[in-house]
Design a protein around this ligand. Structure first.
Ligand SMILES: CC(C)(COP(=O)(O)OP(=O)(O)OC[C@H]1O[C@@H](n2cnc3c(N)ncnc32)[C@H](O)[C@@H]1OP(=O)(O)O)[C@@H](O)C(=O)NCCC(=O)NCCS
Length: 369
């Protein structure tokens, strides 16, 4: 059994300072974590990850770029976040363009044609436009003529949420093949006057093709868990442009169309949530069954702190934040796809994905590769 350090096991209470509350924010073990249900005993239908794909823009933006805008340094950013550089989309390159590239790669690896897809779900908070969704653009470009297509807005948990939607559709028998994507162009939503947030984010897309399969086949999704705690709504937000604060001269002047983060609050939430979510995913399994942990690339220090609580060694953790920064919904699927490219997904081993962020939302997934 993977023994959770006592500190991780004890921390079920998240101090939500924005709301002035201390609440018990984690669901107890429930049927979402019941592997026998997740693995298909309720409907008989099992689901696997048939292929992964990713795309990052060509433009590399080093930390020194920000030194022209705010009081910061390459050394500070590297030491506090682990980020060395990130990618920014080119002018005219949008979230849907990156989704299409990542989606094509995942379909090719899966050996599944676009016309075989039943659904496309894109997790993003930076779609090409806010109406309509990004996913229909992807559906049209890929020629996925039979697929319905929509977005989910779950911020950094967007990919795991999309994965959950796709997995549920297949388990229910309402479809056989689903393309799930996490993609962001956050470079268009950063405030280059806010050093606490502008240095964090990057652009990119990652994708996975889910397919109906028989019991015991490789790459089977065994568990998915999602959670939310809206009392931390203000920790990460973009206030302007919604129904509460429609776009106006005032919202633009107040720079309310950019992402703001309460970094220290998110930091504490992230360490606790990552440790707990990964612990839940591995519950009942031996530590040596773990092949690779693929966490949300939020901050190298957060990943290290959570891994230490869990007792997971560095070689079992996929980290690429040094090259891409935090790409929000895209971070887990980019890391998963890169891990596949690097041969780090070993058949028969457990792969754990976890993500957390604005909402507050979080999610985990367990796959037997
Ligand atoms: C943002 C983050 C990197 C800041 O690192 P930190 O070690 O927590 O730093 P702190 O917030 O305690 O700030 C320490 C000091 O560095 C300063 N600082 C903040 N950003 C800086 C930057 N880019 N360059 C230099 N100094 C900076 C702060 O102003 C503060 O100065 P002060 O002590 O004079 O007030 C870290 O908290 C983090 O990664 N949080 C989560 C990120 C997040 O929200 N991601 C999005 C959602 S998943």
């Amino acid at each position: 059994m993977l023994a959770l350090a006592p500190a991780a096991a004890a921390e079920g209470v998240l101090p939500c300072r924005a709301a002035g509350l201390a609440i018990s924010s984690y669901p107890a073990k429930n049927d979402r974590l019941d592997e026998s249900r997740s693995a298909g005993m309720s409907t008989g239908q099992h689901v696997g990850i048939a292929g992964t794909g990713h795309y990052v823009p060509k433009r590399v933006v080093p930390n020194s770029y920000f030194e022209d805008f705010v009081e910061t340094s390459d050394a500070w950013i590297q030491q506090r976040t682990g980020i060395k550089e990130r990618r920014f989309a080119a002018e005219g390159e949008n979230t849907s363009d990156m989704c299409i590239e990542a989606g094509r790669m995942a379909l090719e690896r899966a050996g599944i044609g676009p016309d075989e897809l039943d659904l496309i779900v894109v997790g993003t908070v930076s779609p090409d436009q806010f109406l309509p969704a990004c996913a229909p653009l992807v559906q049209a470009a890929l020629g996925a003529s039979k697929a319905s297509a929509f977005d989910v807005n779950a911020a950094c948990t967007g990919f795991i949420t999309a994965l959950s939607v796709g997995d549920s559709l297949i388990r229910s028998g309402r479809g056989k093949n689903v393309l799930v994507i996490g993609a962001e162009t956050l470079s268009r939503f950063i405030d280059l006057q806010d050093r606490g947030s502008c240095i964090l984010f990057g652009d990119g897309a990652g994708a996975a093709v889910l397919k109906a399969q028989g019991p015991g086949e490789p790459r089977e999704i065994l568990r998915i868990s999602l959670g939310s705690d809206g009392t931390g709504y203000e920790f990460i937000q973009m206030e302007g442009g919604g129904s509460r604060k429609p776009t106006s001269g005032d919202t633009v002047e107040a720079r309310e169309h950019a992402i703001r983060v309460k970094g220290r609050d998110v930091y504490r939430f992230a360490v606790t949530t990552m440790a707990r979510t990964v612990g839940e995913m591995l519950e009942g399994h031996d530590a040596d069954e773990l092949g690779l942990l693929v966490p949300h690339q939020v901050n190298a220090r957060i990943i290290d702190a959570a891994a230490e609580k869990l007792g997971i060694s560095a070689e079992k953790i996929m980290v690429n934040i040094d090259r891409y920064g935090n790409t929000s919904a895209a971070s887990v699927p980019i890391a998963l796809s890169e891990a596949e490219s690097q041969g780090r997904l070993e058949e028969g081993k457990l792969i754990v994905m976890c993500a957390f962020g604005a909402g507050l939302n979080w999610g985990g997934a367990l796959v037997r590769w």
